[in-house]
Design a protein around this ligand. Sequence first.
Ligand code: SF4
Ligand code: SF4
Length: 382
Amino acid sequence: MTKLPKSFDEFSNAKREGFLKVKELKEQGKDIIGTYCTYTPKELIMAAGAIPIGLCGTSEEPIQEAEKDLPRNLCPLIKSSYGFGVTDTCPYFYFSDLIVGETTCDGKKKMYELLKEKKAMHVMQLPQNNEDKESFNLWKKEMKKLKEKLEKQFDVEITDEKLKEAINLRNREREIMKQFYELGTLCPPPIEGSEILEVLYGAEFKFNKEEHIKEMGSLLEDIKEDYQQGERKIAEDKPRILITGCPIAGDSEKVVKAIENSGGVVVCFENCFGVKANEELVAENINPIDALTKKYLNIPCSVMSPNDGRLDLLSELIDRYQVDGVVDIALQGCHTYNIETATIKEFVNNEKNISYTNIETDYSQTDTGQLATRLGAFIEML
Ligand code: SF4
Ligand code: SF4
């Protein structure tokens, strides 16, 4: 019989359990580096012997406090992240020796200017275009600047050898995460989208990567074994949904729940934490700094202009996951994703000939009724 509920619990508790682990790691003398974005080259941090930890706020809790400094109409992810920092209520922020940020959207980069009063901060200048040679050169310089900063602050040497080891480890982790989320290509999928999301988000708080890879391997084995033995918990005729857009986790998971409660099944998360972060590996046969520059510049986030990579990725995912409908999520105040909804709608409806809807939401639970009605009507139409 399946051991799955227990396995999923381990991942959904990962963030909470990580609080104790991070304290232990600090006591062992480990350096902790807080990050806020998929663009952060975690391999450089790992090669410096430090531990990267995601600090993105996913809860409404500290937003009221954040609004004392930040405008109310700012994206909830930024307000929540900032709120946890200024109220010192996030152990990960508290234990961070340094924060690495990038100049992605306007809200985030201006928030970093305020946050640097609380913590040591290193901001990488991210180019806004990922097609020009100049962008590659600029981003490569930023990689080198981060390497120098880490070497100086933590008194270590980041050799090519250490960097290659970190690249290989992260690639193996990405590969196993990819095998896991690709369970969604099966028809019917063996697990719910909310379970996929638990594991994808939980991975952010698995600090021992070798252990995490092993844990993922046995979770995958259990799921595949049950499926091969004929276990089906999702009906084959449920409409298959792909979620794209802003990152979702914590309080914004309400969108996934609303889809599932309306009879749909989320088979693919194109967002950060999912495909966007894991699909492309870092090349292991070229200079490691060049390889990191290439991989991270290629992330198809809406902060890039143009962002054609998002359309290419979506096109492939819609076909591979046999998607019936796309739900595009924009957090309130996220101008780049909100504006891109027009392009994505046109592409999904007219190029891929499937249904599309976009949802604008925040971290409050005040719109759960409205989400249920809108997504219910969308799923019914499919
Ligand atoms: S959506 Fe873009 S800016 Fe936000 S975490 Fe992902 S890559 Fe970074
Ligand atoms: S969701 Fe949008 S506004 Fe919020 S941090 Fe990400 S890119 Fe910036």
